[in-house]
Design a protein around this ligand. Structure first.
Ligand code: TTP
Ligand code: MG
Length: 357
């Protein structure tokens, strides 16, 4: 069956998050990365705002070079934890639109939306709706590529940036891909590109499509065949969430540092209650639980336990959560923060109703 796949990529993500936190940076050349130390700094540029890109600043470039190109830039160190928080909020919005969902790095995701499209809503309208919701709720822009598979969707999202929307329907795939350089394909890194360019004289995706598949197979094995297919617009890889890397968690920072451990246990119950709803809503099982406790002097401890088998039983979570916190009970210091996390998630094949009840 024909699929409709979206690839969503946030624009200048780290830099846009910084502008979100400090709106006075809007419209300025913001460069996130190592400290430039007035041109003597080591390290590289993580990313930069589109205003900074006009000066030639690029991700991965030495920060000293960026400083030469754009000395008037606003240079900031990365705050990954903050970017991750924003990313989580965006991913939650995206996930709610997808039949299946796959996060790809901190600011990208694939959505299989095949079942969402009908006479009432076209792919472009749905993509616009997603862009609008992200802009209204988070005030960030993204670029969306739409195609019949992941490779085409990903290449399409990069086609027009920032704030782009590119739809490549099935019958336009070949004419869209043909003129693009081969390195646009996911999986063709700088080394691979070099050998395609230099050994085989393959520069564009059309060159790759026209190259005999057997020869590519001989040279690069299965990868050669796969790339040949991609060049013909074929990519059957599914949009599939990597549950193992996913986790559902939250933290409470107390308004006032807490002395009584009973309050800690009560807060644990509240946290687990709330998070467990998301476990059920997503149809997840968990196999590991993690607790985190921070004292008023900021010393922080995490403890985790892996279960013998995956479950979605809330009582088990609570029991283990309390067990893991027990060693801190006799600690006299005041408590500042409590966290809880379900990890090593998997999908339950059927909702285990008895357990939920
Ligand atoms: P990208 O999506 O590649 O870049 P971007 O979001 O900054 O810009 P674009 O509008 O072109 O999508 O990467 C996402 C984030 O990952 C980026 O904001 C910073 C980080 N990153 C690095 O730290 N180093 C790098 O070399 C790259 C490419 C990205
Ligand atoms: Mg991006």
């Amino acid at each position: 069956m024909d699929r409709i796949i979206f690839h969503v990529d946030l624009d200048a993500f780290f830099a846009s998050c910084e502008v979100l936190r400090d709106p006075s940076l809007k419209g300025q050349p913001v460069i996130v990365g190592a400290d430039p130390k007035e041109g003597k700094g080591r390290g590289v540029v993580s990313t930069s705002s589109y205003e900074a890109r006009k000066f030639g600043v690029k991700s991965g470039m030495p920060i000293s070079r960026a400083y030469k190109l754009c000395p008037q830039g606003i240079y900031l160190r990365p705050d990954i934890r903050y970017y991750k928080e924003i990313s989580d909020q965006i991913m939650e919005i995206l996930r709610s639109y997808a039949d299946s969902f796959e996060q790809w790095g901190i600011d990208e995701a694939f959505l299989d939306v095949t079942k969402q499209i009908n006479n009432n809503i076209s792919p472009i309208e749905l993509a616009q709706k997603i862009k609008d919701e992200i802009y209204t709720k988070i005030q960030l822009t993204c670029s969306i590529g739409i195609g019949p598979n992941k490779q085409v969707a990903k290449i399409a999202s990069d086609f027009k940036k920032p704030d782009g929307l590119t739809y490549v329907p099935l019958d336009k795939v070949r004419s869209f891909l043909d003129p693009l350089p081969v390195e646009k394909i996911i999986g063709v890194g700088p080394k691979f590109k070099k050998s395609l360019n230099e050994k085989l004289n393959i520069e564009t995706i059309a060159d790759l499509a026209n190259y005999p598949a057997e020869k590519l197979n001989k040279m690069f094995g299965k990868m050669g065949i796969y790339l040949h297919q991609v060049a013909h617009g074929i990519d059957n890889s599914p949009v599939r969430e990597d549950y193992k890397r996913k986790s559902i968690g939250a933290e409470i920072t107390f308004d006032e540092d807490v002395e009584d451990f009973k309050v800690i246990y009560k807060s644990l119950e509240l946290l687990i209650d709330k998070l467990h709803k998301d476990i059920l809503k997503g149809g997840f099982l968990f196999q590991t639980v993690v607790v985190k406790i921070r004292f008023s002097n900021f010393s922080t401890y995490t403890r985790q336990k892996r279960l013998k088998a995956p479950t979605n039983d809330k009582k088990v979570a609570l029991k283990i959560g309390k067990y893991l916190l027990k060693e801190f009970e006799s600690e006299m210091k005041k408590k500042r923060l409590l966290g809880f996390r379900f990890t090593e998630l998997s999908k339950s094949k059927f909702i285990q109703k008895t357990l939920i009840d």
